[in-house]
Design a protein around this ligand. Structure first.
Ligand code: AMP
Ligand code: GLY
Length: 415
């Protein structure tokens, strides 16, 4: 199969790494890709936001499947543009992608489907959570415990020029749960947890994600099945009923509260960096799974996973998330790989033959092991080999899971 992968981050590098192993792959192309992806695919300098450019590329390469990584092109309708020309796409059309693109649409779908989520509040009063309605690249959610925080949040959302959703502030552990969807059926992947805050101990501003691990102790195959039955499948049915079938990866960001699981958000694509942890654990041919979903028929398809654990640590530029860095030399990638880890490029570029920084999150390093502790040790041993001026990473990714913390769907946590 000839495949075009859209995107340029660590998530897309992990997907490219897995797709490149598929026995049914004949050509792998990426747009725009990155230096890591360039080792696996032919990269074409067309931005993920350039729908017309991508359509032209897909047609000239005669690709049989387009896999879309990031949310922005999906929310504006890239998959519809491609499908109109008969090209199979793994990624939802605009109407279904609104499950991520509009918090109020997501709330409406969840209410109609009977899916548990944080209650919307008619009046903004602390404690509460204030969210910008539309896409805000992780910068549109404000947890407000005081009037001061609430005032600042309302000002910030106001300056984004967006509608505001106010909801109850929930407490609990967060879990990311992905399902591959064909418009009707949902095939769950492993549970994962990401670390959104910039600093150790979950301090500091929200980011795209500083690290992740999979699977989450306590959220195994039967719990995943229970959650997908309560959350993903009713949402799929409701979207199909609204004539907006969801084909692609439906990502539920859940909070496991003492009153049961609640949806905090849906995303319409693979999570970053959860994908860098999760994909290396999948057994078998991911391309055939994504291809089957894109053609609307997951019947008879299964996804296996190894019994190992994976931990991903993201190395960022010093100023991230407020600012990125460009042009600073990166060394030690080969040494990190020699430790047995996978180094996924997230924000890198080549200056001649020198690898340099090019963004906020620079690389995502995944360690694998038979236990979370071993996977974590492998990830940190490899990260310590990578160097660039201003490099920063969290020291506590997967620390709780490695020290034996187990979660439960009903909100319990055993240390
Ligand atoms: P979202 O982009 O909606 O997932 O929100 C980003 C982060 O804000 C989540 O990962 C949570 O840590 C936090 N958050 C969002 N909604 C709530 C809520 N209702 N209660 C508590 N924390 C929340
Ligand atoms: N890791 C969070 C996200 O992909 O949105």
């Amino acid at each position: 199969m000839r495949v075009l992968l859209v995107g340029s981050g660590g998530r897309e590098h992990a997907l490219a790494w897995k797709l490149a192993q598929s026995p049914t792959l004949t050509e792998l192309h990426a747009a725009p890709g990155n230096p890591g992806i360039a080792g696996l695919a032919d990269c074409h300098p067309i931005r993920a936001e350039d729908a017309e450019g991508l359509l032209g590329l897909a047609r000239s390469l005669d690709v049989e499947l387009v896999v879309v990584g990031p949310e922005v092109p999906l929310v504006v309708g890239l998959a519809d543009v491609l499908r109109r020309f008969g090209i199979a796409v793994f990624g939802p059309g605009k109407r279904a992608a609104a499950i991520e693109g509009s918090k109020s649409f997501a709330k409406d779908v969840m209410a109609a489907a009977g899916v548990p989520t944080a209650a919307q509040l008619p009046i903004a009063r602390p404690p509460c959570v204030v969210k910008a309605d539309g896409l805000a690249a992780g910068k549109g959610v404000f947890v407000c415990r005081s009037q001061g925080e609430l005032d600042a949040a309302l000002r910030a959302v106001g300056s984004l020029g967006d509608r505001v959703v106010v909801e109850e502030l929930l407490e609990g552990e967060e879990v990311s749960l992905f399902a591959v969807c064909d418009g009707r059926a949902a095939l769950p992947l492993l549970s994962a947890q990401d670390f959104k805050r910039a600093h150790d101990g979950d301090e500091g501003p929200n980011t795209g994600g500083m690290g992740a691990y999979a699977p989450v102790p306590g959220i195994g195959a039967s719990e995943v099945e229970e959650l997908v039955a309560r959350i993903h499948r009713p949402v799929l049915a409701e979207l199909a009923r609204r004539n907006a079938p969801f084909i692609g990866l439906l990502y539920a960001g859940l909070m496991l509260t003492s009153s049961g699981p609640r949806v905090l958000e849906f995303n319409c694509r693979f999570g970053d960096p959860e994908t860098q942890a999760l994909v290396p654990l999948l057994d078998g041919d991911l391309l055939s799974v994504l291809g089957a979903a894109a053609s609307g028929d997951l019947g008879g398809v299964a996804v296996g996973a190894s019994a190992a654990s994976a931990v991903t640590v993201v190395a960022t530029a010093d100023g991230y998330p407020a600012a990125g860095d460009r042009g600073t030399e990166i060394t030690g990638v080969e040494e990190a790989e020699a430790e047995g880890a996978l180094v996924f490029h997230a924000g890198t570029a080549l200056h001649g033959d020198r690898l340099v920084t090019n963004g906020g999150r620079i690389v995502a390093v995944t360690g694998l092991g038979q236990t979370v502790t071993r996977a974590r040790d492998a990830a940190y041993a490899a990260v310590s080999r990578i160097e660039f001026a201003g490099m920063r990473c969290r020291a506590d990714i997967a620390m709780g899971a490695a020290s034996g913390v187990t979660l439960s769907v009903s909100g319990g946590r055993r240390d």
